[in-house]
Design a protein around this ligand. Structure first.
Ligand code: FES
Ligand code: FE2
Length: 414
């Protein structure tokens, strides 16, 4: 089974010594130019739990390929998809007990540690080379999703998955959905952190610029361990059919706090009335630098009857699509490297802080080097480094290129 059918993302050509990459769907030529796009060492939502069975699933994340499967004891595993024998796709093989069997020559790799447990052609007593292992990534099942830790940090140092206190709480009704956007994940996150777009992009939430007294008051940052947010009050039309009208909060100014947790998780808590809340969480998984799979959760503490789910989801989809239409057209495709290539105003304050935090993660050496990946010859594959690489040497595939650790701001100025 193929989870997200995106394979060819880019074609590269060189013009006057400049490497340009063409987006496979928009046809736009891009120059990576050290773009900040994807980070290792975070938990990424890979797939809905219910879709991970004893038939392996092929999942693309951070532009790399993975095989996910549930072993016969029910434990979910995630391994690098490239068989270290001669490169076959493990996701198209079979589950055998606690291992995945390659479809090409039947080598078996244990899900828990990626160690090769069987090479049929060596016979029963053959010695299995230690280098035959594949990278295996920590997994967690939470909120109905499978999360994979794509990186090599030891357990105690891993940034946590965001807490969703409303999950499983009977005072809240939760709906979920997943969509694929042709948008760079970080650009998409910036849209969630942007309080000034609501007035113009979402007719049920704003007046499309028709209010003379519209402004975004000074934003106070709310700093949390792995992200920054801000609370902003909105005057909303409460148009017929809107949530605002449904909860009769028209005398109350809607308040919303939005923020991020790590590079690709966001939350938005909207208070429509003194008692009616919607709490949204999105896990934005970069399928690659050009596509984002959004796993979206929406909790509400009103209209708890499941019969209301569809009505809520229809509205949510409409609002998400309004964002998508704008976001799929922004240029450049990636956030510009230099703030001098944009004009930033106070309403963009959370976004500016989010970018600072990206520099911090880059300084830790967690930023993938897309230029180096792009320049790699076609006879080269990589793997995201797994925790086992910290203690064990001798890997068939090199770890993907990363921007060097150290002062990221200084690197940007080079
Ligand atoms: S390529 Fe996987 S066993 Fe040969
Ligand atoms: Fe929006």
């Amino acid at each position: 089974m193929v989870s997200n059918g995106i394979s060819n993302t880019a074609f590269t050509l060189e013009v006057f010594g400049r490497k340009l990459t063409q987006h496979s769907e928009t046809g736009i030529y891009l120059h990576f130019n050290r773009a900040i796009t994807m980070f290792i060492n975070f938990w990424y939502a890979a797939e809905e739990s219910r879709n991970i069975t004893d038939t392996p699933v092929h999942v693309k994340m951070l532009g790399q390929e993975f095989a996910l499967f549930r072993d016969t004891a029910g434990k979910v595993h995630c391994v690098s998809n490239i068989c270290t024998h001669r490169g076959a796709s493990l996701a198209h093989g079979k589950v055998r007990g606690d291992a995945i069997e390659c479809p090409y020559h039947g080598w078996q790799f244990r899900g828990a540690d990626g160690v090769c447990a069987k090479i049929p052609s060596l016979g029963k007593d053959g010695k299995i080379p230690a280098r035959a292992k594949v990278d295996s990534y920590p997994t967690q099942e939470k909120y109905g999703l499978v999360f994979c830790f794509l990186g090599d940090l030891p357990e105690a140092e891993r940034p946590p998955i965001i807490d969703i206190p409303e999950w499983g709480d009977p005072k809240w009704r939760m709906t979920t959905m997943s969509v694929l956007w042709k948008v760079n994940a970080l650009r998409g996150v910036e849209n969630t952190l942007d309080p000034a777009h609501t007035e113009f992009v979402h007719p049920v939430m704003g007046f499309q610029g028709d209010r003379e007294d519209y402004e975004i008051p000074k934003i106070d940052l709310i700093e949390r361990d792995w992200g920054t947010g801000a609370k902003v009050a909105f005057v909303t039309p409460g148009a017929q059919g809107s949530v605002k009208a449904e909860v009769r909060g028209s005398g109350f100014t809607t308040e919303a706090e939005s923020g991020h947790h790590g590079p690709t998780t966001t939350y938005t808590w909207i208070q429509f009335s003194p008692v009616a809340w919607s709490r949204q969480y999105t896990f934005n998984t970069p399928v690659d630098a050009f596509h984002t799979r959004k796993f979206f959760f929406q909790a509400r503490n009103f209209a708890l009857d499941p019969a209301a789910d569809e009505r809520m989801d229809v509205r949510t989809r409409e609002v998400m699509n309004q964002d998508r239409v704008v976001m799929e057209r922004v240029q450049p495709f990636f956030v510009p490297l230099s703030p001098t290539e944009e004009v930033i105003v106070p309403a963009d304050r959370v976004i500016t802080r989010y970018r600072e935090r990206q520099r911090d993660w880059q300084s830790k050496g967690w930023l993938m080097d897309l230029d180096a990946l792009d320049a790699a010859p076609k006879n080269k594959s990589y793997a995201i480094p797994s925790p086992a690489r910290r203690s064990s040497k001798g890997w068939a595939l090199d770890a993907i290129p990363l921007r060097p650790a150290g002062n990221a701001a200084a690197q940007a100025a080079e």
